[in-house]
Design a protein around this ligand. Structure first.
Ligand SMILES: [Zn+2]
Ligand SMILES: [Zn+2]
Length: 134
């Protein structure tokens, strides 16, 4: 599987047997990062992902005192990946970068405290006001 930015210069190749854990986040940082009301990232074992092309990284602090670093294409600006400081063995891939409507749904919705009220999600999806432990 391959995810890539709008212009195609930055991509991520994911091994076929890799298992994604997809999380939907309504936090205001994800809103600003994505320019959208929420962000969706699929997390993989970092060993299963090969990044190809030049990236610019932006690191921010998280509520839990860790860091969250996003990698975006310096040419077109699309976020392609993220490295959660709390889970150094994982890498997140922006689900939109797969441009695949059949991509599996998120396992949880977090930071519902800043969810835009018109965003509706399946009743079966676990919801959390802040992080997964909230
Ligand atoms: Zn690009
Ligand atoms: Zn977020």
């Amino acid at each position: 599987m391959r995810a890539h930015c709008q212009c195609g210069k930055l991509s991520a190749d994911i091994s076929d047997d890799a298992q994604a854990m997809t999380v939907l986040c309504h936090c205001t940082d994800c809103q600003r990062r994505s320019g959208s009301p929420f962000g969706v990232m699929a997390y993989y074992d970092a060993a299963a992902v090969t990044l190809v092309g030049e990236a610019t990284e932006y690191e921010r602090a998280t509520d839990s005192g860790s860091t969250f670093t996003t990698g975006f294409c310096p040419n077109c600006g699309s976020t392609v990946y993220a490295r959660p400081g709390k889970y150094p063995g994982m890498i997140g891939i922006a689900v939109g970068a797969f441009a695949d409507p059949s991509f599996p749904a998120p396992v949880r919705s977090v930071y519902e405290q800043s969810r835009h009220p018109w965003v509706g999600l399946p009743d079966t999806m676990p919801r959390h006001p802040m992080g997964r432990d909230s």
